[in-house]
Design a binder for this molecule. Structure first.
Ligand code: NAP
Length: 486
């Protein structure tokens, strides 16, 4: 614990909570706090509070009193013991309440009770069961007269951990490392500092984020926050986990946060359109949006930047073939598109509009027929996909995505030299399809290009500024490479 404490101080932590209940035997307090490299909070949780303390309650209280006598900066005292451990010296009292099941409706009453127990800081940590629980919690923090570290736990609560300081919390909680998560939904110290720039978030910080479910592994926060940082903007981009049936209520309740823009991912890409009526023509035709942004007059607009990004990526691939005579314009090319989901619909429309001949092939035939009918193009049975002639092959299925990296939706010897192969999958970047296409002398475009370009266009819509494309691409590549090695 002392080694980790020192390492955290070296990494820039200004306050460290020592969870002494996690030590395998009762702690030698002096050893832990003598020459401590940062101010500390001494916390010792009982099993009934999801802690690991194995000794009796008397020993626990003795330990907490000893910490106060030794002059540690903070002690954490649960509501029921706060009155029996009096204030002494300079040690500040954090009076805490935890609820691992829910965010109760009577948060104000709980706060009022804790406030009567001589706190310097009130800590309230509750389980979020809906995105709106975060808003109730952050309102409490914003209105509290006593400094209040209030946030929600669980994956649905991540936003409140990142934003609690914006509304006046003296600090937030993060873990030493990803494999040492002490409470559900906790981010690591490095994520809080390096991705979300927690210490720079203030009342002026503009809030953006991505709406989706699941959202924990989204790369969008990483590259958007990097772009904000590069552009010197006081803005933060947050993963908003929003269950399918909660979209409408969440957008209403998030108006309190004054969110300036959203990226939208599965399963909300279609549903957001009914919430925001105004979108550009392509977005309406695709029937799905991946972006909600605000016009200067505050009105919301929907856009589909996947569409533009895919078409830009394709053109880039064609241009790279210009030197050896295999490239050229999109118009007139024959395109075989694998898949019939959301990505296929957006890209298929772009292909048709660019004047290409489009063929759609999908594992589930009726989805292929449906999409081909709506785009007025040809449908190729899945088992025949290797037999048709195409200048361009586009993979819009999830076959080959991490962790199934040894799979490809197209057999290698179906690939022809000079063909352009575009795999929309970006994790990994070098999918089996891309590797095999290169071996067969095909031109290739990876999903990284599309992902970065759809995010870059969002950045442009959000901020009106030129996006730092290269930095965004590099950030994504760096983040993905360790996953690829797993
Ligand atoms: P989606 O709506 O869920 O569609 C998934 C597609 O994959 C369906 O056509 C499905 O076929 C097919 N599929 C899944 N497993 C399959 C298997 N074992 N064999 C054959 N086909 C299979 O998802 P989406 O949003 O369109 O995304 C599809 C892909 O595009 C994903 O890999 C995603 O990473 C990629 N994408 C990339 C970007 C980017 O920016 N680079 C953006 C969006 C999407 P069935 O109809 O038979 O189920």
């Amino acid at each position: 614990m002392t080694a980790e404490h020192r390492a955290l101080a070296d990494r820039g932590a200004e306050l460290v909570e020592l969870r002494v209940d996690w030590l395998s035997r009762p702690p030698d307090l002096n050893r832990l706090i003598t020459d401590r490299p940062t101010p500390v909070i001494i916390t010792c949780r009982r099993a009934s509070d999801k802690g690991h303390w194995k000794e009796g309650e008397d020993q626990r209280k003795t330990l907490l009193r000893a910490a106060i006598v030794a002059g540690v900066e903070y002690v954490d005292l649960e509501e029921d013991v706060a009155a029996s451990i009096p204030r002494y010296g300079k040690t500040k009292r954090i009076i805490s309440y935890h609820n691992f099941d829910e965010t109760p409706l009577d948060l104000d009453e709980i706060h009022a009770r804790l406030s009567k127990l001589d706190p310097d800081v009130v800590k309230i940590a509750t389980m979020a069961n809906s995105p709106n629980d975060n808003i109730r919690m952050l309102k409490l923090v914003a209105e509290a007269k006593i400094p209040t570290a209030g946030f929600c736990m669980g994956e649905l609560g991540v936003l409140s951990r990142i934003l609690t300081g914006r509304y006046g919390s003296p600090f937030t909680y993060a873990t030493w490392s990803a494999d040492r998560t002490l409470a559900p939904g906790q981010l690591t110290f490095d994520q809080m500092r390096d991705v979300f720039h927690y210490d720079s978030i203030d009342r002026e910080t503009k809030i953006y984020g991505v709406l989706g479910d699941p959202i924990a592994h989204s790369m969008s926060p990483l590259i958007h926050n990097k772009a904000f940082e590069k552009a010197g903007l006081n803005s933060v981009y947050i993963p908003f986990r929003v269950p399918q049936d909660a979209l409408s209520l969440t957008l209403d309740s998030f108006s309190w946060l004054d969110v300036q823009g959203y990226s939208v991912t599965l399963p909300h890409k279609e549903a957001v359109l009914s919430k925001v009526l105004k979108g550009d023509e392509a977005t309406r035709e695709i029937g799905a949006a991946n972006t909600l942004y605000r016009k200067p007059n505050g009105d919301w607009r929907a856009a589909n930047t996947d569409y533009d990004a895919a078409m830009q990526s394709l053109r880039l691939g064609l241009e790279s073939g210009l030197q050896d005579g295999t490239g050229g314009h999109l118009a007139g090319k024959k395109v075989l598109l694998l898949g019939a989901g959301g990505a296929a619909r957006a890209i298929g429309l772009g292909i048709i509009r660019a004047g290409c001949g489009l063929m759609i092939s999908n594992r589930t035939k009726n989805r292929a027929v449906e999409l081909a009918t709506s785009l007025k193009c040809q449908q190729v049975p899945w088992e025949n996909r290797g037999t048709v002639f195409a200048d361009i092959l586009i993979n819009c299925t999830s076959v080959g995505m991490h962790p199934s990296v040894d799979e490809s939706p197209f057999v290698q010897n179906w690939l022809r030299e000079g063909m352009l192969v575009f795999d929309t999958i970006y994790n990994p970047e070098q999918t089996l399809l891309i590797k095999q296409a290169r071996d067969r002398g095909c031109k290739t475009v990876t999903g990284i290009e599309m992902f970065v370009r759809q995010a870059a266009r969002q950045f442009e819509l959000f901020t009106g500024l030129e996006p730092p494309l290269d930095i965004m691409r590099e950030t994504l590549r760096q983040a993905i490479s360790p996953v690829r090695l797993n």
